[in-house]
Design a protein around this ligand. Structure first.
Ligand SMILES: Nc1nc2c(c(=O)[nH]1)N[C@H]1C(S)=C(S)[C@@H](COP(=O)(O)OP(=O)(O)OC[C@H]3O[C@@H](n4cnc5c(=O)[nH]c(N)nc54)[C@H](O)[C@@H]3O)O[C@H]1N2
Ligand SMILES: Nc1nc2c(c(=O)[nH]1)N[C@H]1C(S)=C(S)[C@@H](COP(=O)(O)OP(=O)(O)OC[C@H]3O[C@@H](n4cnc5c(=O)[nH]c(N)nc54)[C@H](O)[C@@H]3O)O[C@H]1N2
Ligand code: SF4
Ligand SMILES: [Mo]
Length: 691
């Protein structure tokens, strides 16, 4: 096995940057992180979360034995046989009584490709349920939908990060990499050193916005108007690229007409961004030879997130800034396997290889790989919020793997009620998350460093994490869990536990699909520092840059989508006069299930807060550090005031990493985007008062 002399090259368990690191097992147990300078994305740099990730491997904070809820209502230790029997029986009983669609499955974008693939297959083949979705729906689904509409393919970034320093201008929309992907800031720093410019669009002057040449601070929920206003100016100032539009796109006339209705003064009124700043942005974006627009959760987590991203894509297409070297639109995906996790079938409407569950040819191909009759594959199910909202009514049992919705789902108090009303809940997790604490059975699983598997980073680069440490006795891998459950449900074959065997099957299932992994192998990934999909043959080099010759649509042209501005689902009124937006801080990750168990991170970010402008603070009598109540139509949350002039005076901000009284998601609005079914995490109406 691994001795202290050998470190294993692997990747961070957290965000989609998937920083490379070397992990060294320590003689007395535990492990230490060492620099891995050869991995091109981070060149050895790590943020505090990555550096401290081994702390969560400690038995002091993690689960090391299965738990079953007793008749008295307590979670008590059990054997694996008892636990798996109980889960299989709980799921099967529900299916027998109410039909297969009464059993739900909820996955996560942190799961490796192998796990996401196996989970989707488990739902369709072993449970025969259509009711599966995952937390990626809350993450980049709006960008994914807009990508599909425009380009016929959804890969977050159509180019590697290393292209950023060589473009002329980047508009970074609702993205705060200074907190969410610190090692990636280097690419923007180098952009500026090379003479390029950075525009940041964020209602807050974040640490990222501080680096910008131009910071636009729109009212939350108005990015759609902003992007349309910029496109209006592009047309009015004669800055369109007619040749590109004619040769490589369709639909310009309709999109142009829609944009022309958004004249600059109207856009200033909607967004609060002054017209001269809009003009300045257009000049900076259009003058250089190449430019990029990158979005993250700010504009995407809105009830019009898909249209908003479409508007930013239209801006790129109209100016010829797509499908060309060093130019294009990209989405900065979030979770460790946020990209791969959305490709291999844990999504409600999807089969592996980013295939559609409704496509007869896709069903026939995947059913062939799975050795089942295509007619037995269920159809599409509900989206994540709709699935969680149906718990206890239509969906009576749930298997959850890789998410903590009690903290991270919108309208979380309601979702917590729904979860509590289930007949049966099984959770596989590495720690006793707030959601696992409600389960009937908790299955303790191995972690990143203790198991092998692939992830696909935000660039579309497929990476390998090799097992570096021996897991503690008492835990099993997610693949072993699915194998054990399938076996008990009467499906003895088709759920192997060796990750490479699962990957080889995934390659075959993805062959010929949009996200084609068939030419990618563990050996190649190691030899080449990752392989970019699509990679349809062993001899194919992979595809770091997409769309240079043609887009992935039937006619090879990108499609403009005509979109118009509309309000957020909730706008301020007398009772709820302010806007709440939510997001992240550097030292905590997501629902905090993992990072809230790390002392060093808790010291840096001990708890929730309400960020507000000094003028607003003065008006409501808020004092730095004293508790504020934030009230929305969904509920009330309390957290200390953090007063800063870096935020708009009509907006308050809360990070969402904590449960309990300061849970931001008690307040958020589950209004869904009609296309992507993304909830409106980034804007709802609230009032704020001293608690
Ligand atoms: N430290 C840390 N890093 C993480 C994560 C984490 O939890 N913690 N999570 C990972 C994941 S899964 C994801 S998805 C990414 C997310 O990465 P980001 O998208 O960078 O993170 P957020 O903080 O959610 O949102 C980004 C910015 O959007 C702004 N914003 C709010 N409302 C609006 C709006 O209406 N319009 C615009 N233009 N901007 C708005 C916020 O002020 C915030 O600064 O981070 C990944 N990295
Ligand atoms: N208000 C507000 N809410 C948000 C957002 C926001 O910006 N604002 N952002 C949304 C976004 S972008 C996201 S991605 C979601 C994320 O929110 P969640 O889906 O809750 O994500 P995590 O907190 O990462 O939860 C992952 C859980 O799985 C466990 N886990 C980790 N690895 C594994 C594994 O390999 N196997 C198993 N079985 N378990 C594992 C972890 O311990 C943890 O309990 O939150 C969303 N919620
Ligand atoms: S930036 Fe993301 S991948 Fe890199 S160390 Fe931090 S959390 Fe890990
Ligand atoms: Mo995310």
């Amino acid at each position: 096995m691994h001795t202290p002399e050998t470190a294993t090259a692997t990747h961070c368990p957290y965000c989609a940057l998937q920083c490379g690191m070397n992990l060294r097992a320590e003689p007395g147990g535990g492990a230490s992180v060492e620099e891995r300078a050869d991995f091109p994305v981070n060149l050895g740099a790590l943020c505090g979360k990555g550096r401290t990730a081994p702390a969560v491997l400690s038995s002091r904070v993690r689960l090391t034995q299965p738990l079953i809820r007793t008749h008295a209502g307590q979670l008590e230790p059990a054997t694996w046989e008892e636990a798996l029997d109980a889960v299989a029986e709980g799921l099967a009983r529900t299916g027998r009584t109410y039909g297969p669609d009464a059993v739900g499955v909820f996955g996560g974008g942190g799961l490796t490709n192998e796990k996401a693939y196996a989970l989707g297959k488990f739902a369709r083949v072993a449970l025969r349920t259509s009711q599966i979705d995952y937390n990626g729906r809350f993450c980049m689904s709006s960008a994914a939908a807009a990508h599909q509409r425009a380009f016929g393919l959804d890969r977050g970034l159509p180019f590697p990060l290393e292209d950023i320093p060589r473009t002329g201008c980047v508009i970074l929309v609702g993205s705060n990499p200074a907190e969410t992907m610190p090692p990636a800031l280097r690419f923007f720093r180098e952009l500026k050193e090379n003479g390029g410019t950075l525009i940041v669009v964020d209602p807050r002057r974040t640490r990222t916005a501080e680096q910008a040449d131009l910071h636009l601070a729109p009212r939350p929920g108005t990015d759609l108007a902003l992007a349309l206003g910029l496109l209006h100016l592009v047309v009015a100032e004669g800055r369109t690229d007619e040749e590109f539009i004619a040769a490589r796109t369709t639909g310009w006339e309709e999109a142009r007409a829609a944009a022309m209705a958004h004249w600059p003064e109207l856009v200033e009124r909607i967004t609060g961004v002054p017209v001269p700043r809009l003009r300045e942005a257009v000049r900076m974006f259009c003058e250089p030879e190449s430019a990029m627009v990158l979005t993250a959760r700010g504009p995407e987590q809105q009830s019009k997130g898909t249209d908003t991203v479409s508007a930013w894509i239209n801006l790129c297409l109209a100016t010829g800034r797509a499908g060309r070297p060093l130019s294009g639109y990209g989405c900065l995906t979030g979770q460790g396997n946020g990209q791969g996790g959305r490709e291999h079938g844990q999504k409600a409407d999807q089969l592996p290889g980013y295939r559609k569950l409704t496509d007869p040819a896709a069903r026939a191909h995947v059913a062939g790989v799975w050795g089942v009759d295509p007619a037995t594959l269920p159809g599409p199910g509900r989206s994540a919020y709709e699935l969680l909202d149906a718990l206890g009514s239509d969906v009576k049992a749930l298997l959850l793997m890789g998410s903590n919705p009690v903290v991270s789902a919108p309208r979380a108090a309601h979702i917590e009620d729904r979860i509590r009303s289930l007949d049966f809940l099984a959770v596989a997790d590495v720690v006793l998350s707030e959601t696992a604490a409600l389960a009937d059975v908790v299955l303790p699983v191995t972690q990143w460093a203790e198991e092998t598997g692939t992830t696909t980073n935000l660039e579309g680069r497929v990476l390998l994490r090799r097992r570096a440490l021996t897991p503690p006795p008492g835990v099993r891998t997610d693949l072993e869990v699915l194998h054990g459950l399938a076996d008990r449900l009467g499906v003895e074959k088709g759920f192997p536990t060796a990750p490479e065997e699962v990957f080889d099957e995934l390659r075959r299932a993805s062959a010929g699909g949009p996200a084609d992994y068939s030419g990618i192998s563990y050996a190649r990934i190691e030899a080449e520092q990752g392989v970019f999909w699509p990679c349809p043959e062993d001899s194919h080099a992979g595809t770091p840059r997409l769309f240079l010759d043609r887009f992935a649509t039937d006619d090879g042209r990108a499609r403009f989508v005509p979109v118009s501005h509309r309000d957020a689902a909730e706008i301020p009124d007398e009772r709820y006069p302010l806007l709440l937006t939510t997001g992240r801080v550097v030292a905590q990750y997501q629902s905090g299930a993992q990072t809230r168990r790390v002392d060093e991170l808790n010291a840096a970010a001990p708890g929730p807060f309400v960020e507000l402008h000094p003028r607003l603070a003065a008006r409501i009598g808020a004092v730095e550090g004293t508790p504020l109540a934030v009230v929305s139509r969904r509920g009330r949350a309390v957290a200390p005031a953090r007063i800063t002039d870096t935020i708009r005076a009509d907006t308050v901000f809360m990070p969402f990493h904590w449960p309990g009284e300061g849970r931001a998601n008690t307040l958020t609005n589950p209004a869904l985007d009609p296309v992507s079914r993304m909830p409106e995490f980034k804007v709802c109406a609230v009032r704020v008062e001293p608690a």
